[in-house]
Design a protein around this ligand. Structure first.
Ligand SMILES: [Zn+2]
Ligand SMILES: [Zn+2]
Length: 494
């Protein structure tokens, strides 16, 4: 994880928020390359799930919603952690975790000497167990109080209870409250889904592990509505679709580069299920911090629509033409965090390899996710014609892709820099390309394309560059494209 945090900062992926003021707890800013990576993740997700599916539509609901939404959803009453406060140092702890940390103790049996005692153990001198604050060892702890994880804020100019509302703790509710709007305006038949990407906020007591758990984060959520009266393949429609979404979601993460061995499915046990959920499965990823949730796929039944119908007084039903009755759809919810997905893609792509006795750090990011698709590098930056050609290539390719020009170091180092940020292809312009006019030479009009993963190089005519990259960045395998062109010596840059 340290290597990822350091690479992220050094190469402009992720910075600590408000760093010059000492940083803000668990908030992170995406830098120039991080924002490209993040946009790419959201773009392919939207393309695969909204654009390409006939049964899906998008939505962008507001972050601030009517406060009753959160009463109906259960967040006001249930989205809480039990907390205790130290009356001395004012630190706050989760009541259920307070015995799980080592505790500080001033022992009366040893003239008040200070000890740090392992979690859950009594003092070996006087035998007492922890009752005071584990951090300062002096303060009494308050009885547990429920602490709501929603961020409170006020609408309008007056800070009074009537205007109290919340920053949404999940994007899902924006979809539920718009169910009827979408149904009516888009004239859909079940099953169909509504997808949304957006920010959500949770005032976590113990955030951390880089961008794994943060107080402000982005979600990619789908609510997929199915008719509970129908069956598919002999199974209730909700169970069938739940299974389909679990398989689709797993396949999606694999398609964009997560290794099979770093992914697993974990079913929620009966006592762990939310009270409204029929079944929930988490896709877990083997993060640098261990196996943790990457995405959850829940069968939320008709709980949410019924709750909002009850609190709003509006019918949130679907008319089943075949059975001539109104039904409340069941909902399958595939819900992923953008930041967490980004961390998984980064972690899986990050390799330290040995090339000719030298260390090569490379991000083997899927080309669709890579922040920079092509880097154009002049072999000699003093030659005007080479530099001009390189700039012209960048200008042309950047109409379609994110392309950079770099001439700030020798070619070997430029390759290393691009490897480290996951750029799948480099184009170099050299003397051969443009020829030496002083000697009356004409160039061959070809440039070198170097493949990040194999470090192989091919010579490609300038006028074919666009079509070659359309193939390569459109998913064609390097070998199948490279086979058609002249090979060039290796591109290790050594
Ligand atoms: Zn304390
Ligand atoms: Zn003691």
């Amino acid at each position: 994880m340290d290597a990822l945090v350091s690479l992220s900062k050094r190469r402009g992926f992720i910075f600590q928020s408000s760093e010059i003021y000492g940083g803000t707890g668990s908030c992170w800013d995406y830098g120039p390359l991080g924002v490209e990576l993040k946009q790419n993740i959201k773009r392919v997700w939207w393309r695969d799930y909204v654009q390409r599916r006939p049964d899906m539509m998008g939505l962008d609901a507001s972050i601030l919603m009517h406060p009753t939404v959160w009463k109906a959803s259960g967040h006001v009453d249930n989205f809480t952690d039990p907390m205790v406060d130290c009356l001395e140092c004012r630190r706050r702890f989760r009541a259920d975790k307070v015995d799980e940390t080592p505790w500080v103790h001033y022992c009366p049996a040893t003239k008040g000497n200070k000890f740090t005692i392992p979690s859950g153990e009594p003092c070996s001198h006087c035998g007492v167990t922890r009752t005071l604050c584990p951090e300062c060892g002096k303060g009494e702890l308050t009885p547990p109080r429920q602490f709501n994880l929603m961020f409170k804020t006020f609408m309008g100019p007056v800070e009074e209870d009537a205007s109290l509302t919340y920053l949404r703790p999940e994007t899902a509710q924006g979809i539920f409250v718009n169910f009827d709007n979408v149904l009516q305006s888009m004239r859909r038949k079940l099953p169909f889904g509504i997808a949304q990407i957006g920010k959500a906020f949770r005032n976590e007591i113990t955030p951390g592990n880089f961008i794994f758990r943060t107080r402000e984060f982005e979600q990619m959520e789908i609510e997929f509505f199915v008719n509970p009266l129908e069956t598919v393949d002999g199974r209730p429609a909700d169970e069938y679709w739940h299974e389909r979404w679990i398989e689709d979601s797993m396949a999606w993460f694999r398609r964009y580069g997560l290794s099979e061995e770093n992914l697993r499915l974990r079913e929620h046990a009966a006592d762990e299920l939310a009270h409204y959920a029929k079944r929930t499965a988490d896709i877990e990823y083997h993060f640098p911090i261990g196996w943790s949730e990457l995405m959850g796929i829940a069968n939320r039944t008709d709980f949410d629509l019924k709750q909002h119908a009850k609190f709003s007084g509006k019918a949130l039903t679907y008319f089943d033409e075949e059975r001539k009755e109104h039904v409340v759809p069941y909902v399958i919810e595939p819900s992923a965090g953008v930041d967490r997905a980004l961390l998984a893609f980064l972690a899986d792509a990050h390799r330290e390899e040995e090339v000719r006795g030298e260390k090569r750090v490379v991000l083997r990011l899927h080309p669709e996710l890579a922040p920079i698709k092509v880097a154009v590098l002049p072999l000699l930056k003093k030659r005007d014609d080479i530099v001009r050609t390189a700039h012209a290539i960048r200008d042309e390719l950047s109409k379609d892709w994110s392309v950079v020009y770099d001439d700030t170091a020798a070619i070997g180092r430029l390759y290393r820099r691009q490897d480290e940020v996951g750029t799948p292809y480099c184009v170099t312009v050299d003397v051969q390309t443009v020829g030496d006019q002083a000697k009356g030479e004409v160039g061959d009009g070809k440039v070198t394309i170097r493949d990040r993963d194999s470090m192989e190089q091919i010579r490609v005519p300038l006028d074919s560059l666009g079509s070659v990259f359309r193939e390569l960045l459109g998913g064609a395998a390097w070998a199948s494209v490279a086979g058609r062109f002249e090979r060039k010596g290796d591109g290790t840059g050594a």
